[in-house]
Design a protein around this ligand. Sequence first.
Ligand code: GLN
Length: 321
Amino acid sequence: MTLFRLLTEGTKVLERVGVPDAGQDARQLLLAAFQLDMVHFLMNRMQELEENRRNQMSTKLYREMIDRRRRRCPLQQILGSQEFMGLEFYVNRHVLIPRQDTETLVEQVLADMENQKGKERMMGRSLLDLCTGSGCIAISLAAKGGFQRITVTDISEEALKVTERNIKTLLPGWRLSWGAVQWREILDAAENVAEILRGDLFLALPEDGRKYDIITANPPYIPTVMISALEPEVREHEPLVALDGAGDGLSYYKRIMAKAGGYLKPGGRIYLEIGFDQGMAVSGLLEIAGYERIRVHKDLPGKDRVVAATWPGSERGRKTE
Ligand code: GLN
């Protein structure tokens, strides 16, 4: 047996069931199973594989991986990772796989902060990320954006175990707390603090008067009737709780913006990822809820993907909470 023959074998299995990019996926799985880099693969692919235990184990693992992919398990779940904002995030079936679309949100926060530099105190910036999943938004902002305090929440305990793992590997040196720490203590802490809180949106948070500079969320926003039309990788293998926007897809936005003002500093901003056709609706809801400077930002393919707004802290806004 050679690596090349294994690759051809795996590619055919995937092609037969219509997996897009079958050849590329089979090659990535082969490299992972044999722990090879591309150069070694290209150099050795035609050589007969030695009949040793290591190669037998790798071949078995590769065929198992191909079989999972054949059943449309996402490549990232098989490999256990996805790159996002240049960082490698651990993923499993309990979290939404970080998508390039979501980088639009992170990049917009970073761009807005860059514009504000000098105008504001930079130390001790705080971020609340709801529906955090893998933690990709909060962790990449903490790693790149100068946040010193992050709170991440999710309704799913299993998802938060993934978040925790990613915080540990990607934010070394941060103090990590499962469960709420007194806000005063967080603000006074000498080190950076990451707080992991489980619960349904703001119900996860204690009522200790905490106010954040920025709130972010990529909530479930796919209208329930659209779920059946998703790719099998998404529909059957990614967590439904992270996708299903309960009815028309706007319900989480309504619940988030009704409460977010109470957790934002005056002038604090909220960034919401949205579906490509939800820009008008979510902007309108934010306006009714009293937010200002409402902006819709597009993703790389040019579709509406993020809505951002400022909390004025005015009485007009508070009334609608
Ligand atoms: N963008 C994701 C998808 O299209 C959905 C993410 C979400 O519902 N938050 O699969």
